[in-house]
Design a protein around this ligand. Sequence first.
Ligand code: FES
Ligand SMILES: [Fe+2]
Length: 451
Amino acid sequence: MNSQSIPIAVINPDAPASSLEAKQAPIDNGHAVYGKEGYFSHDYAQQEWDNVWSRSWLLAGANTDIPNVGDYFLFKLRHESFIIIRSDTGITAFYNVCPHRGARLLTQERGNRRVFTCPFHSWSFANDGALRSITDEATFQPEVIDHRPGLTQVRCEVFAGLIFITMDNDAPELISDIGLPDGYLENYRIEDMKVVRHVRSEWGSNWKVGVEAFYESYHLHAVHPETRGVMADLHVQYDLYPRGASRMIVPLGEPSPRHHDQLTVNEGLQMMLREVGIDADTFQGTAADVRRAMQAAKRERSARLGLDYERFTDGQLSDSWATGIFPNVQIGCHPEAVFLMRFIPHDTDPERFWYDTMTLMRPVDDPNYCPPGWMGLPEGTDVSGQSRPETETYLINEDPGLGLVLSQDAAFLPSVQEGMRSKAFKGQLWGEQEQRLRHFHVELERRLFNK
Ligand code: FES
Ligand SMILES: [Fe+2]
């Protein structure tokens, strides 16, 4: 069967082809069933390390996290740790390792340094990586230190307010590797947003099981039945872009076609109305009117507060544009806030990963301005952007406190990981609601095996 004849939604059939909202031309990724070894095997994880993690551009963090010269944060990936710092010459990245005997220079996740002093023997380095001083230098044979060893730099680029690094000096320019159309991410002005929550939690599955669960809305009705009243899971538009990038547009404020009641403004819809400043008790419409009402309220709020929402389509005001960048990023894009997710492989165990999420919010001086409820921001969170919160870390089996939907995923995915181990399981059978998964795996294999 031709995949074009399979019913998959288009959010706005009238969107001009040049619009970021337009349905993209399909990409034929075939219909092969991929093997399952990649979810358990240490050899496969090593191959991913060598050919994907060591050679791809990786999202390290947000540039508003290091506003002042000397501000830094650490980005950890398996046994590597990187210092991302705003030096006198701009944002720069180094391996967090001392050239003397290999000690970690920094262990505190965030801070400000003009100079790095190694905690082992106190060699010091400028924040551009140059060697400043060697303790008791006269006790070294000159040949050992003649090359004046400094810190090893890592390629680092900023795009749309986000900082990426790559360990590969031969990797293509970041901009050509992202895969998304011009303006797509830039439109959200993430460079003006501040991290208001950062949660890192350990999950009991391979990192790809995490990516896959967040790349489709097919499981919503089953794993997250509460979403049926507020998310139109069968009206999701899936789009594939070059270099493994993809997105899905999930309409919010609209009941799922699977939901038994298409009229009542249920509790979830009432919450969404309140989020945009509409009095849910006196709201005149039915469930079918909520999404449009949310959009209109946001247009009105934008005009009142000078938010310049003219740059967004109506759909962008209400819906979640869940956007994937290869290999391990998904960004839930909304005008008020973006939710950055990174699926980070575990240091040693291919059957675990770190789910690292940051909520970045536009600081707006209005008490009713808030990110969408699905981001699970706890009541009372400081969204002023005045102070950068500490990263909350949760080990496996601890509830990451990310709200009901994400907790349901955290609890569910280990059973998928274990089930895939069964002799009976032969590989995943993806439908077209899961086309982003196939697209991700095609790109993964291309990079893994230099296809
Ligand atoms: S390992 Fe850094 S000074 Fe010795
Ligand atoms: Fe989920």
